[in-house]
Design a binder for this molecule. Structure first.
Ligand SMILES: Nc1ncnc2c1ncn2[C@@H]1O[C@H](COP(=O)(O)OP(=O)(O)OP(=O)(O)O)[C@@H](O)[C@H]1O
Length: 271
């Protein structure tokens, strides 16, 4: 008789535990950051449901990048907690970071690597095997239109190409959660459409996306949920329909944030 440990059943890896859908993909509580006297993020609470496509919007300087940096382990908060799928980002950074892919705004990439090397490096860093990394890197370069630039140093990439290679590096390990700070900034319309398609099918397969953007029309077309932030505080959060409340997102944004409607003139610019 075979010992139990050698039976085929014992050699089959245990099925992964399905994620508890009641646990939010991202949960922030009392998150705060101050630069000098100015609070950039002011004790912010936020729940991002699993499987949602969450748009995080706000005016310039509202605290979006600071919030997302603290939520993903890139910037230590002054106070508060951030949990990803129930894992505390700051108490268990290694476990939390395994479950997410992050496209950060303004963070230096290893730009002396070529595009292909950068994505490969990101995959290997995540503990993936070389063959899988190689085939996924090729897929990502092809889909994002970077095949011809695969051997070029990232320092010589244009702004849009840099954004796309950073996005590829964030996605290569197929994480449960993607946190993307301004993923469409500087990206051409054809690539933007491709990225949208990739993200939509990723969410349809059970992934969660959180993205920040200034483009209300895009957020309105893509996102199932929206949060509006201003002066470090969350002014509204919920499903797209709850937040826009029968209006369009841009009008709701302007109402909540209290911006002037852009009808001011500069007398000296009237030629
Ligand atoms: N490293 C820093 N040092 C000092 N102040 C900072 C720093 N980073 C951000 N801030 C300030 O914190 C506030 C929030 O900035 P943040 O970059 O989070 O806003 P944002 O919503 O991402 O803006 P944008 O839409 O313009 O990218 C701003 O007042 C900004 O000047």
């Amino acid at each position: 008789m075979q010992p139990a440990s050698e039976s085929p059943a014992a050699l089959t890896p245990p099925a992964p535990t399905p994620p508890d859908l009641r646990v939010p993909a991202l949960r922030l509580r009392g998150l705060a950051k101050r630069f000098g006297q100015t609070p950039a993020v002011d004790h912010l609470d936020l729940d991002v449901p699993r499987g949602s496509f969450y748009g995080f919007v706000g005016p310039n300087g509202a605290g979006k990048t600071t919030t997302l940096s603290m939520a993903t382990g890139l910037m230590r908060p002054d106070a508060g907690t951030a949990e990803v799928g129930g894992i505390d980002v700051w108490a268990q950074p290694r476990e939390a970071k395994q479950t997410m892919g992050v496209l950060a705004d303004g963070v230096m990439l290893f730009n002396k690597l070529t595009g292909a090397q950068l994505v490969t490096y990101a995959g290997l860093l995540r503990g993936m095997d070389r063959d899988t990394v190689a085939s996924r890197t090729e897929d990502l370069l092809r889909v994002l239109g970077l095949e011809d630039a695969r051997g070029k140093l990232v320092q010589d990439y244009s702004a849009g190409m840099t954004k796309k290679i950073a996005l590829a590096s964030a996605m290569v390990h197929a994480p449960e959660l993607l946190v993307l700070d301004e993923p469409f900034e500087a990206v051409d319309p054809v690539s933007a459409r491709t990225i949208r398609g990739l993200l939509e099918s990723y969410v349809a397969s059970g992934g969660t996306v959180i993205l920040s953007s200034h483009v209300m029309d895009l957020v309105q077309r893509m996102c199932s949920h929206v949060g509006i932030i201003a002066e470090g505080r969350l002014l509204a959060s919920g499903t797209l329909d709850e937040v826009r409340g029968g209006s369009d997102l841009e009008s709701r944004f302007v109402d909540l944030v209290g911006l002037e409607a852009g009808d001011q003139e500069l007398a000296w610019l009237q030629l």
